[in-house]
Design a protein around this ligand. Structure first.
Ligand SMILES: [Zn+2]
Length: 570
């Protein structure tokens, strides 16, 4: 009983220290590397278009550092891909959590053997494998991989996550016993104030906002000399209305200067807690809600990643604990109201900023120009919208694609492209463009792609008699183009000690897959999409006699290039 009380007291103490009240496995795991862990990216850090799902751990600028299992368990998933996480390993642990290790370079022999067997079985290099429960068991601290730079990684590091096994929701690994050195408190860079104006939101796609100056410059006289000094600004008078705040924040762990995420933000209004945001966990289905959490317009126009200190319309994130008004407050009197904003990292290093805001008839007004367009369609966030833009193009915006109702603007440009919506308005799900093809276009239907002016190319599919459906990620300007051009293949090494390599490329839709044959038998080669290199050593050396080697490479529109060569081994 006494021991039980101690445990309870310990838990209570822990939750007071960290400011959290969900429970996490704080003592089951060890770090994925031996030695000091240096973290260059934290959980839920605001990244372009997504929350960061885990920790980025420094590997000293090199690949090949031994990666160790953080706990007992079994390998439940292995991914070999050129996109996203690259080569990735998933270990399921008996405590209800799964650890994820990504951008890996290679694996110990027993795992490499399993992967290669599966690649030959499926006859492809990129595979997603789910080994049977307990087939590949591992112990805490066991070597399971070597770190790398594969997939969408831009430099050698380990991307590491801890997920709830059941929901696959990533949680903050720093709450699960993975420790980093962090002695520095987060700090404030800028503050902003937003006015709740539904009309502006409907037209422009966002609430109007202005920066609240944190400092003003004053010139003071010192004897005969004049000197400029920065004086903090703490009082702001706004026009009567309903408002919320936002902040640009920074958190360094050490003086090395890596900017981390701030996970805990509270606001006390006139001494009472009225906004409490705790970023400890999210669902992968919510990863795009990053664009609803930050000020997406400031992100698109200035690259700023601002924490909006209110739960914006359409958000299903569960970051907010005690926030009865979701961060909005009404200014309807001329009294000074105190707002104390407290920001904290996961170790409780904290900073605070106090400002005073009053209402006034003559106070500062917050409003933007309302955008007026020639062609608009009223879209409801909560229903399916089918918009007929012209005889050749319809747009489908299903329920939940937009975060709020929006007057969607569109235009057919003189070069035949379509501009749809404003790029400063985020979409949660993809929008579908439905092109109605004419008699000349129908036979080539599946060779079409849609190119967005941001550079992205989307492949779609022919549906029904003449409809070409393509899902696009964001608003923008779109062009329907044909891709009938085959990829290119340039041989680099042909059978040098059994090693083959080729450089491949594609002009529009990109390389989809490839097959390599020796005398008609499929042979595994690897592919690195960053360098365009298809390469590898064949399992058995070629014997004396004539051989045919053949490489077939296809792009996303299934245009295929075949490279064939005869080899005579004397
Ligand atoms: Zn990462």
């Amino acid at each position: 009983m006494i021991r039980g009380l101690f445990v309870l007291y310990g838990l209570l103490f822990y939750s007071i220290c960290t400011g959290q009240n969900k429970s996490f496995p704080s003592s089951d795991f060890r770090p994925p590397f031996d030695g000091e862990i240096q973290i260059i990216g934290t959980f839920c850090e605001l990244r372009p278009n997504h929350f960061h799902g885990g920790l980025d751990i420094r590997t000293g600028g090199t690949i090949g550092r031994p990666v160790l299992s953080i706990g007992d368990g079994y390998i439940s998933r292995i991914n070999i891909s050129n996109a996203g996480y690259g080569k990735a390993l998933y270990i399921t642990h008996p405590n209800g959590y799964t650890s994820v290790y990504a951008h890996l370079n290679e694996f110990p022999d027993f795992i490499e053997w399993y992967i290669e067997k599966s690649q030959y079985l499926q006859r492809k290099y990129e595979v997603e494998l789910y080994p049977e429960v307990d087939l590949i068991q591992v112990k805490k601290g066991q070597l399971v991989a070597y770190s790398g730079n594969t997939g969408a990684s831009q430099g050698p590091h380990l991307h590491f996550e801890i997920r709830e096994t059941e929901t696959e929701a990533p949680v903050n690994p720093l709450l699960c016993g993975i420790k980093m050195v962090d002695r520095m408190a987060p700090s404030f860079l800028n503050l902003y104030i937003y006015r709740k104006d539904s009309l502006e939101k409907l037209h422009n796609g966002h609430y109007p906002a202005v920066a609240l100056p944190m400092y003003t410059t004053q010139i003071i006289k010192k004897g005969k000399k004049k000197k400029k000094i920065h004086v903090p600004v703490s009082h702001h008078t706004m026009a009567f209305g309903t408002y919320a705040l936002a902040a640009n924040l920074r958190d360094y762990a050490t003086s090395l200067g890596d900017n981390n995420g701030v996970n805990y933000i509270s606001i006390y209004k006139d001494g009472e807690l009225f906004y409490d945001c705790r970023i400890e966990r999210f669902m992968f289905s919510q990863i795009r809600m990053h664009n609803n959490y930050v000020d997406y317009r400031l992100f698109k126009t200035k690259g700023l990643k601002i924490h909006k200190l209110f739960k914006d319309d359409g958000s299903t994130l569960d970051f907010w604990e005690h926030s009865p008004t979701n961060g909005w407050f009404v200014l309807d009197d001329t009294l000074w109201h105190q707002f104390k904003i407290v920001i904290k990292d996961v170790y409780g290093n904290a900073s605070e900023k106090t400002i005073f805001i009053s209402g006034s008839e003559h106070g500062r007004k917050v409003s933007d120009y309302i955008m007026h367009y020639k062609n608009v369609k009223h879209c409801k966030a909560s229903s399916n919208n089918k918009l007929e833009l012209s005889k050749e193009l319809n747009v489908l915006l299903n329920s939940g694609t937009l975060y709020h109702d929006y007057l969607l603007n569109y235009e057919r440009n003189s070069n035949g492209t379509y501009t749809i919506g404003h790029i400063n308005v985020p979409l949660d799900k993809k929008m579908t463009l439905v092109y109605k093809l004419n008699g000349f276009q129908i036979p080539l239907g599946n060779k079409y792609v849609v190119k967005c002016n941001d550079g992205r190319v989307y492949g779609g599919e022919l549906k029904g008699l003449n409809e070409y459906h393509v899902q696009v990620r964001d608003f923008g300007t779109f062009q329907l183009i044909l891709d009938t051009i085959r990829p290119t293949i340039k041989p680099v090494s042909i059978n040098k000690n059994g090693y083959f390599s080729f450089i491949v490329s594609d002009n529009i839709s990109g390389i989809k897959d490839f097959d390599f044959f020796i005398n008609g038998t499929w042979v595994l080669l690897k592919y690195d999409s960053k360098s365009g290199l298809i390469y590898g050593k064949i399992p058995n050396p070629l014997i004396t006699g004539k051989h045919i080697i053949e490489l077939r490479v296809r792009d996303s529109r299934l245009n295929e290039r075949i490279y064939r060569r005869y080899i005579d081994i004397p």
